[in-house]
Every structure is written in C-alpha cells, then in structure tokens.
Design a protein around this ligand. Structure first.
Ligand code: ATR
Length: 273
C-alpha cells in the first residue's frame, strides 16, 4: 500500500490521515497516511528517512513549513514566494519537490463560502507571519485586493518586497470604525495571526466584524475560535473557521501525488464536521 505522512509538532491532533483516507476511498483505493512528530533537530533526518524508505508523499505543518524549504531539490515558484512548503513530492533518485497548497486551499474554501466573486472584494488579512504570507499570491491571482494589517511593522517589510500590489493598513486603525478606510467596498476579514493559539482577543473595533461579508479564521478547533467568538458577539454576518481550508489544501496536495485525481471536498468536510 502507498505510504504518506505529515510532519509537525504537535501532530497528534492532525486530521490529515483521516482526510486523505477519505479522498483515497473516493477513487476506490486505500493509502497508509500516518503522523510523524519531529523536533527542529530531527526534522531533516526524519524527512530523509521517510523518502529513503519509499515514502510517496508528505505534508509538513507547523512549525516546519519554512525549514522544509531547505530540504528540497526543487522549490515551486509559488512556494518560493510564499516562503513555505506544506507538500513534499518525491521525484526519485533523491530528488524532492517542495510546494505549498495552503493559499489555493484558502481560495477554494472562500469560493465555496461566497457566492460573489473574490475579484470585487477587498481581503483584509490580520497578521504577517507564515500563514499570511502563504495566501497572498493566490488571492491576488483571483483579482482580490489584499490588504495586510499587522501589529509589528517589521514583519510587513519583507512582504512588501515580494508582493507588488499588497496594500497596508495601520494596525492601530483597526481600533476605530472602518468606514472611510474601506472606501465603501465589500470586505472579508481573515485572521492569520497566531493569537487564537493563546486564546487572546485582538484589538479590533466591532464594526470591522459586523461590516464584513465574511469573517474567516485560518485556525479551527472543536469550539468557536476566540476570533470568531469576537466576530459573533460583534454581529458578523457570516463566520467560518479554517477547517474547509484544511480540507481544500489537502485535496490539492492529494492531486499533486495522484495526478488527474482531484477529490470531492464537500463530502469530506461534512464527514469531519
Ligand atoms: P504563523 O506561521 O502561524 O503565521 P508566525 O509566523 O509566528 O506564525 O506569525 C504570527 C503572526 O501572528 C504575526 O503576524 C504576529 O504579529 P507580530 O508580527 O506583530 O508578532 C501575529 N500575532 C500573534 N499574536 C498576536 C496578538 N496577540 N495580536 C496581534 N498579532 C498577533
């Protein structure tokens, strides 16, 4: 049977094995997909061992998405610009491709959630770390105007250098109502910070949530995330956690490993919920 894995730390909670097994079943097959706990020190050798033993594909999750860039022989242009790798595809003879499917995963999930075109919408992303960086290019490719607001200015500078059309919003201005700043257009509000992990609230005026067409948290959990709780309290019209993004990015990874096989994601998302 084919062998796949996901590397991360922590990793016990990962839904990837379940998702990929459901995908394989759609094509009448089965696959072995396990979880591998690594440390910063053991990650490179764990990846090398996996592929030396015949591994056919791996996902990489927090905190190794940047480190994985150094382990591959070929980096896709989108992974290069995203500054992260979440999918490893072996080419044989020790060659390894590093790609990222996170951004496409988010776009596919937003397209599922929104009837309207992303091209006519401003997408306000809060955060400028790895999670934010990996989704900018695919959103821009769909025509969305991407605006970044981040607590520290230093994290934003490298993004401005890579993504020409990127707009910036002063983080402090999130504490006031958005009207003039958003110029009367529709907007989506996306949390790409790690604040939810610590259960922290972000200093955002309630009207940013209430006025958004969709409030989206790239995090997910069994309960509403702190960001989505904030959004709901503020009267948000529509909220979503990042479970759909997880399933969508997995589908794009699956298709990289199994060319010509794009899984149906809606049924898998329903099964997970
Ligand atoms: P990831 O890979 O998940 O994106 P990261 O690269 O460590 O993680 O980035 C974390 C992001 O969350 C950063 O944009 C960080 O803001 P700073 O650059 O100012 O540190 C943001 N973040 C984390 N906690 C936050 C908080 N309490 N309020 C605002 N932003 C926060």
């Amino acid at each position: 049977m084919t062998q796949f894995t996901v590397f991360g730390n922590p990793i016990a909670h990962s839904l990837s094995p379940q998702i990929h097994q459901l995908f394989a079943a759609q094509f009448g097959g089965q696959l072995n997909y396990d979880r591998r706990l690594a440390t910063v020190a053991t990650f490179p050798s764990a990846v090398a061992d996996f592929f030396r033993c015949g591994g056919q594909g791996a996902n990489v999750t927090i905190p190794f998405k940047v480190a994985a860039m150094d382990l591959v022989t070929h980096l896709t242009p989108r992974a290069q610009r995203a500054g992260s790798v979440n999918t490893l595809v072996p080419l044989g003879h020790g060659q390894l491709v590093g790609d990222t499917t996170d951004g496409l995963g988010l776009c596919r999930d937003l397209q599922r959630l929104l009837a309207a075109e992303l091209a006519t919408t401003k997408v306000l992303i809060i955060g400028a770390g790895g999670a934010a960086r990996s989704v900018i290019e695919p959103l821009q490719a769909l025509g969305a105007e991407v605006v970044i607001a981040n607590r520290s200015r230093a994290r934003v500078e490298p993004l401005i250098e890579v993504f020409d059309e990127l707009k910036l919003l002063d983080f402090a201005s999130l504490q006031a109502p958005p009207e003039a700043l958003m110029g009367g257009s529709d907007w989506l509000l996306i949390n790409a910070t790690s604040a939810s992990l610590l259960g922290g609230k972000l200093a955002i005026h309630p009207s940013w949530f209430a006025g958004a067409k969709l409030v989206y948290d790239m995090m997910y959990g069994t309960q509403l995330t702190p960001f989505l709780k904030q959004a709901t309290t503020a009267g948000a019209q529509q909220v979503s956690d990042g479970l759909g993004m997880l399933v969508e990015q997995a589908a794009v990874s699956y298709a990289l490993w199994h060319p010509g096989q794009m899984p149906d994601t809606a049924s898998v998302l329903t099964a997970l919920r």
